[in-house]
Ligand binder design. Structure first.
Ligand code: GLV
Length: 353
């Protein structure tokens, strides 16, 4: 494991979290872009963060030992074992992601540990990628690319690689949060009516942009039977695990396109393979997988699915903003300042705090 400013790399106890230059100690689980590391170094003592690879479970447990803060990514599971390994010095877990299903928030709250995330700064980048998948899946872009590269393109043909119309189709947004809305806003340019589900009920009329036709669906089934293109934007929780299973995927319109840029386990991958093979689904675009980075073997064998390696927020600017926000969240939590994006403010009232 790479070691940052905490050069001794020794296990530090609670009373030693400010030992190095009086600055609290933060464990950075892997390399993140600037300005994250510079901001962190200005205020904290940094351990880790030099290598860009998954940590082994043992490296994670060793890395967090005795720190005041952990800045982690969605590749690390922060559970009871990790929180226990960190010990009572731990004040904050700053997630370099908007989704925080990799963190056992209840376990953190019970220990008085604040959890933070990075919403807002990746909204537009993720919405752009959802649209990349919508267009790629509907218009068979990767199949066309493969055809040209393999030398199988022998000239334009009236029936070659026909896809489905995007302009004018009905777009279904499953989870009309910040990212769902950003995807829906782009649909105005494609003259697409939008149907959506939203945990907290319909949006106010004033929240619908000019020229848009957005209709609330009180249940997922009624969205699925209306939408030609379905884009998933719910967080992964116990309630959304396998939200789209065999029953739901059987309801979709024949030839419908499903796009998932949220979290893999929201869609039952085995049922998705079946729905793409012989079921009503025409195509799918996936950026996330049930058991990431493993991909269901059935998916790789299908032509009508576009597979991306979890690129939703992968632009230089968005990743830089995420790094900055994740650093600011951690620094604020340790200095007692207002934390930009806390997930479990109730942790601050915990008796363990
Ligand atoms: C990326 O998937 C994120 O949740 O930020």
């Amino acid at each position: 494991m790479g070691v940052g400013d905490d050069a001794t790399g020794e296990a530090l106890g609670r009373d030693r979290t400010t030992a190095s230059g009086g600055k609290p100690l933060l464990f950075l689980t892997r390399r993140i872009p600037e300005p994250g590391p510079t901001l962190l170094r200005d205020s904290l003592t940094l351990r880790g963060g030099e290598e860009d690879r998954d940590l082994t479970p043992v490296e994670l447990l060793e890395g967090v030992r005795g720190v005041a803060a952990v800045l982690c990514t969605l590749r690390e599971r922060i559970d009871d074992a990790v929180l226990d390994a960190a010990g009572p010095s731990l004040r904050v877990v700053s997630n370099f992601a908007v989704g925080y299903d990799n963190i056992d928030v209840a376990a953190a709250t019970a220990r008085g540990v604040l959890v933070t995330n990075t919403p807002g700064v990746l909204t537009e980048a993720t919405a752009d990628l959802a649209w990349a998948l919508i267009l790629a899946a509907a218009r068979r872009v990767p199949e066309g690319d493969r055809m040209v590269r393999s030398g199988a393109f022998h000239g334009w043909a009236p029936t070659m690689l026909l896809g489905v119309d995007v302009a004018g189709a009905t777009l279904g947004i499953v989870g009309m949060g910040q990212i769902g809305r950003a995807v829906a806003r782009r649909a105005v340019g494609f003259s697409m009516p939008v149907v959506y589900t939203r945990r907290s009920g319909p949006l106010e009329a004033t929240e619908t942009p000019a020229g848009a036709e957005w209709r609330y669906c009180s249940d997922l089934d009624s969205l699925l039977v209306q939408a030609d293109i379905i884009s998933v934007h719910v967080p992964l929780t116990e309630g959304t695990h396998h939200l789209l299973g065999a029953r739901e995927l059987a309801l979709v319109r024949p030839g419908a396109v499903l796009v998932n840029t949220a979290r893999g386990p929201v869609v039952h991958e085995e049922a998705l393979v079946e729905a793409l093979r012989g079921g009503p689904l025409g195509a799918a675009g996936l950026d996330v997988y049930e058991d990431e980075p493993a991909v269901h073997p059935g998916l790789a064998g299908l032509e009508n699915v576009v597979l991306l390696p979890h690129l939703g927020s992968a632009t230089h600017a968005a990743r830089g903003r995420m790094a900055e926000l994740a650093a600011r969240n951690a620094i604020a939590a340790l200095s007692g300042a207002r934390v930009p994006h806390p997930v479990n403010l109730e942790a601050l009232g915990s008796p363990d705090r």
